[in-house]
Write a new protein. Structure first.
Length: 504
């Protein structure tokens, strides 16, 4: 009972309101409709969101440091290790265990199962737009980065949280319960719960809270608890800087699974296991993001905004010490040692690169990318068409990328081919000259697919299943492609083709 009271007192201190206020909140009668006062405040939040956004400033810059991990709950680590010691799961005879049979349970005793760090820089100029630089990045078990991962963004940066959007208003019930002071500013406290939120614990009437600045109607903090206790919590906190609200801190704790341990897990023990001696530990995904070094106005030059919105400055992880808001714990240091060793043993790096390539329709093998959508096709003229398209990637050369395509149609009994070379003019974006020679067939009425991505090609994968009207064409081309902006690509091309209709 003392532990429960102590824990409750800590919660009261953490959320910044007194015991008397909590008691008052407990006395609120929850109805199945939102408090009109709370809705009126949220309406003002929506109206003032644009004005409170940092992007109404002429310019700004700030940095962030993020850490994502998979681990057991911090409060359970000592109990977890004590269980292993009492059951003898780490006896001397198990020293012969190698990385080939190491288990997640053993990894959790000394380190996390996964750790990912990332440092970013955010630049904004009303004249030049936004620029996000990946300053450094490190993922346990991987040498090469997965660019689709390191470009992921947080949900509440520069956007209205989902709970506050007008279209989601019917999913929650909102109640104005209190006002309190945070960082010297007065805030409304609006508690909310999901419409279908039902919990047998009567003391927990809400599954979230929104803290709204009473002067500017900017969001100071938002907390969202999971429906089931201890399954997770998401918290976002903003800071008032230069009369605008900047995201300052985000934490996420989400339960992934339960891990049951019992003495019989010690497979190498000669003793009879005690089946009654077992415990359950929850495994969680953790995210911590901290934002710092705010500047406005920022001294940005046009050169800072060249290329795409996203730019990768470094991926080796050797400069992360500059941006860490807190040093790595011993457990986190062990994570890199342990998981990196596993990564080398199980060749996780190459498997991750293959998975990453498949998202873009490619299978990467060293310096060669093979196109997935060229392997097998079908149309009425060629019947089944099998092919192989290979392109040398940046592992071969950052500036030169030759490619070739060979294909064979079983119905027309003909070979087709294409040979090309891309010559990049810069590494900051797609800008390159291309020369190619080809001898192939194409369907009548076919659009040029020069700028199609993998998703577009797959969406039209079977568009020629009933088409037997094809042209044979042979020729050469010289072209120049340039990504002028994120959304505008220009291609200039000169072609010489010899075409022949293969139908009447």
């Amino acid at each position: 009972m003392k532990r429960i009271l102590l824990f409750f007192g800590l919660l009261c201190w953490f959320f910044g309101f007194s015991q008397s206020k909590v008691t008052a909140i407990e006395g609120v009668v929850i109805e199945d409709k939102s408090d009109p006062k709370a809705l009126e405040i949220l309406k003002k939040v929506n109206q003032m969101f644009r004005e409170n956004s940092p992007k109404t400033l002429d310019s700004y810059s700030y940095k962030s440091y993020e850490k994502i991990s998979l681990d057991i709950d911090e409060d359970s680590i000592s109990q977890y290790n004590k269980f292993f010691e009492e059951t003898g799961m780490f006896r001397e005879k198990r020293k012969k265990d190698s990385l080939n049979n190491i288990s997640a349970r053993k990894i959790f005793s000394k380190s996390k199962l996964f750790l990912w760090e990332r440092a970013q820089e955010f630049l904004y100029s009303r004249q030049y737009g936004e620029k996000i630089n990946i300053l450094d990045n490190r993922i346990s078990g991987l040498k090469q980065p997965i660019y689709e991962m390191i470009a992921l963004q947080q949900s509440n940066r520069d956007k209205l949280p989902d709970q506050l959007k007008q279209e989601n208003r019917g999913l929650y019930r909102f109640f104005l319960t209190d006002t309190l002071e945070m960082d010297g500013r007065k805030n409304f406290v609006i508690r909310f719960r999901e419409v279908n939120f039902k919990n047998p614990d009567k003391k927990r009437k809400y599954n979230g809270a929104i803290y709204v600045d009473t002067e500017t109607y900017g969001v100071k903090k938002i907390e969202n608890f999971s429906k089931n206790k201890n399954d997770g919590i998401i918290t976002s906190t903003w800071i008032f800087f230069h009369n605008r609200w900047f995201l300052a801190h985000e934490t996420v704790k989400l339960k992934m699974s339960n891990m049951k341990l019992e003495e019989e897990d010690a497979q190498h023990s000669d003793e009879k296991p005690d089946r009654n001696k077992k415990q359950t530990f929850g495994t969680y995904a953790f995210l911590t993001s901290r934002y710092f070094d705010y500047q406005s106005p920022a001294e940005n030059s046009p050169e800072d905004f060249k290329g795409y919105t996203f730019s990768v400055k470094n991926i080796r992880g050797n400069t992360l010490d500059r941006y860490r808001t807190d040093p790595l714990t011993e457990r986190e240091k062990n994570t890199y040692k342990t998981i990196d060793s596993l990564g080398r043993r199980y060749n996780i790096d190459s498997k991750a690169q293959i998975l990453s390539g498949l998202l873009n329709g490619q299978i990467r093998v060293g310096a060669v990318d093979f196109a997935v959508d060229e392997i097998v096709n079908y149309n009425l003229y060629e019947g089944f068409r099998v092919g192989l398209k290979a392109k040398l990637n940046e592992n071969f050369s950052p500036y030169f990328s030759p490619d070739y395509t060979f294909a064979y149609g079983f119905k027309d009994d003909k070979w087709k081919y294409r040979i090309g070379l891309d010559m990049k003019t810069t590494l900051e974006k797609d800008s390159y000259f291309r020369v190619e020679y080809y001898d192939d067939v194409t369907a009548s009425g076919e659009f040029s697919r020069r700028l199609w991505n993998f998703k577009m090609r797959m969406a039209n994968y079977g568009n020629n299943l009933n088409n037997d009207r094809y042209y044979h064409y042979r020729g050469a081309s010289v072209s120049y492609l340039n990504d002028v902006t994120n959304g505008l690509t220009l291609v200039f091309a000169a072609r010489r083709n010899l075409e022949e209709a293969l139908f009447d």
